[in-house]
Write a new protein. Structure first.
Length: 213
């Protein structure tokens, strides 16, 4: 007959083994299942070379879109002056729209069987948008910087959209035209109107008279 001590130790052992089984397995390592730049072909009726070329282009647009998105957040935080509130809100709206683009582009890359860039260090190495200073800039400089970044994205997106169409990759062409190009063009309009030098309160009577108006 088992003693009380034996019973206690049996229960303790059961508890121990139960705890062991439900314990998370930590600090695991394994080789990558897909190296960056390689295609894991999916049945989407597109040649592997076409997928690879589109993915390489899309990763460039992705890196620049992530950079532009982050530039909007920087300006959302650092904007100054009498238009603070409206620009604070506008910059955040554009940031959120760019963030949606980031997900659309990244998931298009994954849909091609490729790997999308993700981490800040890789984005910094890849983006061609000039790095802004850490400090605060005046509103016109902030807006000019954003407009230049938009134009970089638009220029490359148009070239890449044509390349995708010529290669028969209509899905990538559609993402670039319907999502990237349309969104960026609209945001450029909203920004650029802030750099039109018109009076805020009193119309310029002298100019109107001299132009015969
Ligand atoms: Fe905020």
């Amino acid at each position: 007959m088992a003693s009380k001590t034996d019973k206690r130790s049996a229960t303790y052992n059961q508890l121990e083994s139960g705890t062991e089984r439900s314990r998370p397995i930590l600090h695991q390592n394994a080789r990558e299942i897909q190296p960056y730049g390689k295609i894991a072909k999916l049945p989407i009726a597109l040649d592997e070379k076409v997928c690879a070329a589109s993915a390489e282009n899309l990763n460039q647009v992705l890196a620049d879109t992530i950079t532009l998105r982050d530039l909007y957040k920087k300006h959302h935080w650092q904007v100054a002056g009498h238009t603070f509130y409206q620009l604070h809100l506008l910059f955040d709206k554009h940031h959120n729209e760019q963030d949606e683009l980031v997900d659309t582009i990244a998931e298009r890359i994954q849909s091609l069987g490729a790997i999308s860039l993700a981490m800040a260090a890789d984005i910094a190495e890849t983006s061609i948008i000039p790095r802004p200073p850490r400090g605060r800039e005046e509103v016109p400089a902030q807006i000019s910087r954003l407009l230049e970044a938009h134009e970089i994205v638009l220029k490359e997106a148009r070239t890449m959209a044509r390349q995708a169409a010529e290669a028969g990759d209509d899905g990538t062409n559609d993402v670039l035209v319907s999502d990237v190009i349309r969104t960026n063009e609209l945001q450029v309009w909203f920004l650029a109107e802030h750099l039109v030098d018109v009076p805020a309160v009193r119309a310029d009577q002298a100019k109107a008279a001299s132009s015969g108006g």
